[in-house]
Design a protein around this ligand. Structure first.
Ligand code: ZN
Length: 396
């Protein structure tokens, strides 16, 4: 049976992309029997809609950010789920596949013959290709911890003291701590009797356990969207009476994490005549991303960075390389990353003006980056339900 995955977009102008407004997303219920994220995201939608126009923080957030919320990525799994805390069926989708093992992986070969993608995974891959997301979190249950990339490793230089360390590790640690420190209890790190202790309530994903084909590594490596995985409850399917308490624990953290979309620097790469340049490579010195960050079809880039001085290198064929050092403040305080446009100058040499053919640094990976190109259209379609006005939607 064909089903749709429903996404709600919230923002002052939810139906259109505006330059300088970053895209943020939350995804819940990827494992169908981990239901807390699904309920929290519905509650969050209600909270944001009620707060718009009255709560200054919510109003500012929705005025400066496009917020995309997918409450359930695995509705089939949810419907088949039992209510046991830990051992219910429903983790997998209808085809008995774990969706969080089914994404293309930079470090190991995909599972299964030819690495087939489930419809839910293809829908999310298409979604990522259609919007330029900057920051994301993926809500799970069964522990209480904020886990950050990488989840996988092939034993290369990324492997350091049992952690699989990404070039943006400092930013990921900050993002994970933003959640755990504003959550009511996560930073204690020992919430569940049967799980290990997590210092500060955070962990490198690989250090916790190796996970190939996960969604957070895919977001980061291929879609330049920084995503972390939030484990929000010891019990995967808690009784209804626990839900208000879980909302109170998570509400400040869900809001504080969204504000982090304004870290760092954003802007456009423009040609000599002021036209946006798509596919320009925008690199930050000292951060060798497996797939270099590139401008989107509007010539826009976003780089989440902690406050400090950073040297940017911008390259595009047929143009002089641009190198500039920027002093980056803490953007969430002003609800905006530092805005900086890069202006390219054409090179007089006869370098062809074609985008580079090798999108990613494949030498560090197991092989060609399967899945980088846009995936085939799924049978399912991830429907984007865009609000024409925040006021049209009654409380959920
Ligand atoms: Zn899970």
């Amino acid at each position: 049976m064909r089903r749709d995955l429903w996404v709600l977009i919230l923002g002052r102008q939810p139906t259109e992309r505006t330059i300088g407004t970053p895209n943020f997303k939350y995804v819940g219920n990827m494992h169908g029997n981990e239901v807390v994220g699904r309920v929290l995201l519905l509650q969050l939608i209600d909270y944001l809609l009620r707060g718009y126009g009255s709560d200054p923080l919510v109003t500012r957030l929705l005025a400066t950010t496009r917020v995309h919320i997918l409450p359930s990525m695995n509705p089939d799994g949810f419907e088949s789920s039992g209510r046991d805390c830990m051992f219910s069926p429903g983790r997998f989708n209808k085809n008995s596949v774990d969706l969080n093992r089914n994404f293309p992986d930079a470090f190991s070969r995909p599972e299964g013959e030819g690495g087939e993608r489930e419809a839910e995974v293809r829908a999310v891959m298409d979604w990522l290709a259609s919007e330029s997301f900057v920051l994301s979190a993926n809500l799970h249950g069964g522990a209480v911890v904020a886990s950050y990339p990488y989840d996988n490793s092939n034993g290369g230089s990324e492997l350091q003291k049992g952690n699989s360390v990404s070039p943006d590790d400092d930013v990921f640690v900050h993002l994970a701590k933003t959640y755990s420190f504003t959550h009511g209890s996560m930073r204690k790190g020992d919430s569940c009797f049967d799980s290990q202790d997590f210092p500060d309530g955070i962990t490198n994903g690989y250090k916790w356990y190796q996970l190939p084909g996960g969604m957070q590594d895919y977001n980061y490596v291929w879609s330049q969207c920084l995503e972390i995985t939030l484990e929000l409850s010891c019990c995967k399917f808690p009784p209804e009476k626990d839900l208000p308490g879980l909302w109170n624990l998570n509400r400040p953290a869900l809001l504080a994490y969204m504000q982090q979309v304004h870290l760092g620097v954003k802007g456009q790469v423009l040609d000599w005549d002021g036209q946006p340049v798509q596919n320009a490579v925008v690199e930050v010195e000292g951060r060798r991303n497996l797939c270099p960050f590139r401008t989107d079809r509007h010539g826009e880039y976003y780089r989440l960075l902690l406050p400090g001085n950073y040297t940017f290198k911008v390259t595009f064929p047929g143009h002089h390389q641009l190198t500039e050092t920027l002093s980056v403040p803490y953007g969430p305080d002003s609800s905006s990353a530092l805005t900086h446009n890069f202006l390219l100058q054409r090179s007089t040499s006869s370098i062809p003006s074609l985008p580079p053919t090798t999108p990613c640094n494949t030498s560090q990976l197991w092989g060609p980056l399967e899945g980088y190109a846009r995936a085939p259209r799924p049978l399912w379609t991830a429907l984007l339900l865009a609000l024409t006005s925040l006021y049209l939607l009654p409380g959920l």
